[in-house]
Design a protein around this ligand. Structure first.
Ligand SMILES: [Zn+2]
Length: 333
């Protein structure tokens, strides 16, 4: 009896300690501490972070009763198309003090604050609902009522579900002029919302990703493509419409593993220096996305489907099936 009592006290002490540490430390600080206090050789974070799927109960109230058809909960399926990026977004925002303020004009101040609060509160299903309701459009997912639940299925492509919903964060423009005075489209402006990096036709001398970025950003001279125009078209330096963003996402879906002998840790784009912070990875057989990121030089692999879903890696992950690379700006604006 006495023993049972002691055990109960221990458990309660533990619980109160956990609750206390939740209040004083952000989730990011907890993950960072677990990496740095890795003395016992623990290879994974001690509790699940952002598990796959999720059930969001609708609190009974006037709104729930009035909605037709009636449902009492929302169940989420195939959330890996947003999970990996939400994890990366959280790490990037918590690891770089000025970034939440920088991102506010694009995603909204309330969104950024709410997002960080929910992640730190480990309210993972609500984080996903915030992204779905606040950032995604209804045509980007399937929703149907099944029994008393609204099922939201996010099966698809993570760039459609995440990268395309970052507003004008990565918007850039490049101007060009044709040397032929009678060219019908003498002046042109090419605006893009994402950063396009196409694999090179042949392996270049320097790093293939930097080469592809140079092709997208750097000034160049090309024969004009206007029919029956024999002019030369001069392209200006491509500039970010709202200044160099805090982070960039490079869509690597078109790259085969042989196009990508290695992944560079640093990149120059639009006269700014960026460094590798993470990546999302794709498993083609299971049509499943996961993510890798680094904190203080230690690499972690996040996979929402695993029970220990945050695992410390010995070395940077082998980027065999890279879906995207995420770089953060390391120079001041
Ligand atoms: Zn022309």
């Amino acid at each position: 009896m006495e023993r049972d009592f002691c055990c109960l006290t221990d458990t309660e002490d533990l619980r109160s300690f956990i609750t206390h540490s939740e209040r004083t430390k952000t989730l990011f600080e907890e993950i960072r501490a677990s990496i740095n206090n890795n003395a016992e050789g623990e290879r994974w974070f001690w509790r699940p972070v952002l598990p796959w799927g999720g059930v969001f109960p609708i609190r009974a109230g006037r709104k729930a009763i009035a909605s037709t058809p009636l449902y009492v909960q929302i169940s989420l399926k195939n959330t890996c198309t947003i999970d990996g990026f939400l994890m990366l977004l959280y790490v990037i925002l918590r690891d770089n003090r000025s970034f939440p303020r920088e991102l506010a004009p694009f995603l909204g101040k309330r969104f950024v604050e709410h997002f960080l609060f929910l992640m730190d509160s480990c309210d993972y299903t609500t984080v996903k609902m915030l992204w779905i309701w606040d950032r995604m459009s209804k045509r980007q997912y399937r929703a149907e009522v099944n029994h008393a639940a609204l099922e939201i299925d996010l099966f698809g492509n993570e760039h459609e579900n995440f990268t395309k919903n970052l507003e004008d964060l990565m918007s850039s423009a490049q101007e060009s002029w044709c040397s032929n005075g009678s060219c019908p489209t003498r002046f042109q402006e090419d605006q893009r919302k994402t950063i396009s990096v196409n694999p090179p036709h042949e392996l270049p001398d320097k790093d293939p990703i930097q080469s592809a970025l140079d092709e997208f950003f750097c000034p160049r001279l090309e024969p004009c493509e206007e029919s029956e125009c024999d002019g030369l078209r001069e392209f200006s330096l491509r500039l970010f419409c709202h200044g160099p963003p805090a982070f960039v996402i490079l869509d690597m879906q078109m790259w085969r593993s042989e196009d990508l002998p290695y992944v560079p840790f640093h990149l120059e784009l639009s006269e700014q220096r960026y460094s590798l912070e993470g990546a999302t990875l794709f498993n083609r057989d299971e049509h499943h996305y996961s993510a890798a990121f680094q904190i203080d030089g230690f690499w972690m692999h996040y996979d929402g489907l695993r029970s220990d879903n945050l695992v410390l890696l010995n070395k940077p992950p082998e980027f065999l099936l890279v879906s995207s690379l995420v770089y953060i700006r390391t120079t001041d604006r």
